[in-house]
Design a protein around this ligand. Sequence first.
Ligand SMILES: *[C@@H]1O[C@H](CO)[C@@H](O)[C@H](O)[C@H]1NC(C)=O
Length: 366
Amino acid sequence: MGTEMAGYYWPIVTATAVVVISIAAPLLLAEVFPWRNLYKQRNAKLTVTAKSFQGKTVLITGANGAFGSRAASLIANRGVDTLVLVDVKDCEGVKSKILADISGPNKPNILVWQVDMLSYSSCQALAKKARELKSLDHVLMTAGILAFKPRKSPEGWESSIQVNFLSTALLALLLLPLLKSSPSNPASPVLTFTTTFGVYPSSLTMSVPKTGSYLGHLNNTKDGMIQAHQYGRSKALLLYFARELANRISRAQERGIQKVTVNSADPGSAWTPLTNPNQAKLIPRLIMDFSARDPMTCATALVNGVSATENTHGKIVIDYDLSPYPPFMERKSGRAAQQRVWQETKAEFKKKVPEVEAIYRILDGE
Ligand SMILES: *[C@@H]1O[C@H](CO)[C@@H](O)[C@H](O)[C@H]1NC(C)=O
């Protein structure tokens, strides 16, 4: 009897399993691994869409990095007036190389500034220095770290959360009032955050605790799997912040505040000094081998992101397209998490950086 029953059941069990897996697997995959985006990015042929940056001022953070330095060079070769190279490392070498590579007499004015994004005071000093710029047409934020071990910043946060999220967000807020198109630029200024597909797999570790601080919950202190997700987690926080910031800027514009475009651009992935340690890790290496492209293509995508039109405000730009936000961010829980991120970040900044007060007053319409 038992075996006869099993004979009846197996096809049903198998069929059910096949149906469940064939429905669940793509959903899970869409949730944690955006393979379509990665496949498309790997094969994309990109060119810089902006014909010229003539008369403009462009500031790039992470300008010593693989993407930042290449983006700087692409922009310098298109007639930019002033280029501000910002990094924790000295960018004099990047500057000399860029100037040497430009043929012809029209060389841009290149400023080399330093910032240590582990500390708020260094970000504050940078923003103060930026007040001397006559205009600020484009800000491209590529600065970021990949931390394989938990390390505490002087501000008391795990270093990826500090650099990739908190200090990047703070710098964006402090630079916001300084964004101003140069007289020859009819478009609104653009600020671009750098995002990554790494947000997708880390989404499984992004649940919000019922009580206590969400940021504190993500402030990892232990070695291991969670630390491997800190990069994606910090970038997910940044994506929440970017979307909320864009919303609030739109509402402030309705109240008469000047127009600015804030978007996020995904450069795609490449083997660079930042990602090279992944060569030794099986899964990250397989993912990279599936998706990696030339660092110059990644830089081109970022340059196009930061010279995009105002249609990209509050959106994610991947190559020539707008991409939807990751599924977890679109759910009701994601919308609620976004408000938590905004409020907790605001409390952190208000406590430690007094000059954000005036900026939040404008953004929050208080
Ligand atoms: C983050 O973790 C560190 C330990 O690395 C701890 O000292 C610090 O208080 C935590 N910060 C917050 C804000 O939870």
